[in-house]
Design a protein around this ligand. Structure first.
Ligand code: HMH
Length: 209
């Protein structure tokens, strides 16, 4: 049985991955020309996203082998800080976080919820891809001017890159142990993540709150 790796996913679906991590929204943040309604739409919708992503992280931990606990527990602790940080950023901008999710955000949250019963290898692949999308997306458009520098740094900093590498190693270990049908599920979910990442930037770029 030939085993699937995260690097193979990136190489074999390079076009989809580029579209997930390079977008006019990020380009305009880098140029300081993004409009407030566009950025604020992203901020509020991403808080809603991270809410559901935290639940996904908890389910991932629940399915993980003990050897993967350290990385995932650190990830959960980082998410606690991130949710608090989102609240502070929203307050600075006088934004309410009690907003309804837009269609793309809802679709992405539904994808994450649908992985509750997926094999650990599939959940781990999706989790890695989601974190890598932001790590590379913000990094590829760095440095950013104020007030966007801290956003670029949150997901682009070297420590976050290291965390994403650990997630990749864990997903690779899990993928090496599963049957081809499950590897196929991992490929499918990777492509869904790539497509939804692009759609999420586009949703924010359109900018209606
Ligand atoms: C849409 N993808 C989206 N939001 C995020 N915060 C991340 C990935 C990384 O956690």
């Amino acid at each position: 049985m030939s085993s699937l790796t995260c690097q193979q996913l990136l190489q074999q679906h390079d076009e989809a991955w580029q579209a997930a991590t390079v977008h006019p929204f990020l380009v305009q943040c880098q140029h300081g020309t993004i409009q407030a309604n566009q950025f604020n739409t992203w901020l509020v919708q991403d808080f809603l996203f991270v809410n559901e992503f935290t639940r996904m992280a908890a389910r991932l931990l629940a399915s993980a082998p003990y050897a993967h606990f350290d990385t995932l527990l650190n990830g959960l602790a980082a998410l606690q800080a991130e949710l608090t940080w989102f609240e502070a950023k929203a307050a600075e901008r006088s934004l309410t976080l009690q907003a309804p999710p837009q269609a793309t955000c809802l679709e992405y949250c539904q994808l994450m919820a649908s992985l509750a019963d997926a094999p650990y290898a599939v959940q781990a692949t999706a989790f890695w891809a989601i974190e890598l999308a932001y790590n590379q997306g913000w990094q590829r458009h760095s440095p950013m001017p104020e007030p966007y520098a801290e956003f670029a740094d949150r997901w682009g900093n070297p420590g976050f890159t290291e965390y994403v590498k650990l997630l990749e190693q864990q997903a690779d270990v899990a993928l090496a142990e599963v049957a081809p049908e499950i590897q196929q599920q991992a490929i499918a979910v990777f492509l869904q993540v790539a497509q939804l990442e692009q759609a999420f930037w586009q949703m924010a770029f359109t900018g209606s709150p």
